[in-house]
Design a protein around this ligand. Sequence first.
Ligand code: SF4
Ligand code: SF4
Length: 408
Amino acid sequence: MQIIAKKGVKLFRDFYIDMDIKPYTFPDVLRLPIGFENEKIELLKTKGDRVKKFEIIANIKNNIPVYSSVSGKIIDFFTSRSADYAENMKYAVIEADGTDLPSYPLWEIKSGYTKEEMLEIIKKAGIINEPLSGYFTEYINTSTKYKTIIIDCVDDQPYDLSKTATLLNYQKEVVGGAEILAKAFGIPKIELLITKNFRTEELLKSKIDNVDFVQVKGKYPAEPEIVQYAHKTTALRVGTQCCRALYRAAFFGEPQISHIVTVWGEGVEAPANCEILNGTPTKYLLEKCSANGILERIVAGGIMTGYVISTEASLFRWDGALTVMPLKKHSKTYHCLNCGRCAEVCPMELAPYFILRNSNKASEKIAKQLCAGMCIFCGACSYICPSRQPLGQKIREYNNFLNGGSEK
Ligand code: SF4
Ligand code: SF4
């Protein structure tokens, strides 16, 4: 079975990163993202409190727990506006005390679960479904009779190999997580979605033989085709990291307190896939991967869809990459040539330059008529633009404004 992404851009992929995963180590101070302020945060701890690893710091949304990823002391809480999400994120600053006492299982472990028990575990473990950038519990429709589980291992952006590295290093846990989910929900089929991504395609096929492959070919981004495929096959789509977290929650009673990130870019000497604890500051990761020189731009998430982040901040749990690159290469822009290439590649059939031209308060109505809200922020338009217009970034900022954020 194949999925062909016809719209989008061909990306340059001539690079190699070791697919091993560096295990996590303790930063002295963590900046743990708790939740966006509009997510009804119920704080259970205050400044000065001591916390143990796996202790709940807060509940968010409809009672999803946020766990401390280390033992230590909460020295502060603060909020910071995320330009990418146009929302204030609340953080806890935790000074780690260096102890790492395993205190799980946090709930009763069984060899198999009913659908209700599995739903409960998914919520209690605070599992993120990384391809959909949010909590897994929120993406399960309990009234849908799913026919397939799709394990999403599509790393279609260069520099983000976090899904593939997770699968290659934790194959048993990834496939086991999908299997226990399938059993609990009575889903008869599991498929693994992979993409042609330098050497990983052959590597995956040679190492994994007990799951059906679906190959994603063609251009970047694959997202619209994957969404259509999942809809057509009534599939529950789960990331490889999500599957692994599910396995650990079901068989070890462990909440998800870490995730895997690919650190790459011209500014780091030792690019690597790293497992990081929730709240690990990016500067700690940069040190670990031997960042050197003046770091002009650090991008959280894939290079095509990521957002600029400071060295003091920490990644969200669905950010699969950290890219360190010089700003100078991308700083100069020219006038639009009206070549139309941005519209040609857009997988959502939008007219990016017209949206950009109308992305101000006065022409809000026009931008809405141009369906700016349908943008999936793939960045293909910016990538192809010969004038280096920051189309994707500006459209994202404008959408945030339309959704209630401040105008840029
Ligand atoms: S307008 Fe949005 S969806 Fe279309 S190519 Fe640009 S970033 Fe992608
Ligand atoms: S690709 Fe760039 S230069 Fe061409 S129409 Fe779009 S914005 Fe203008």
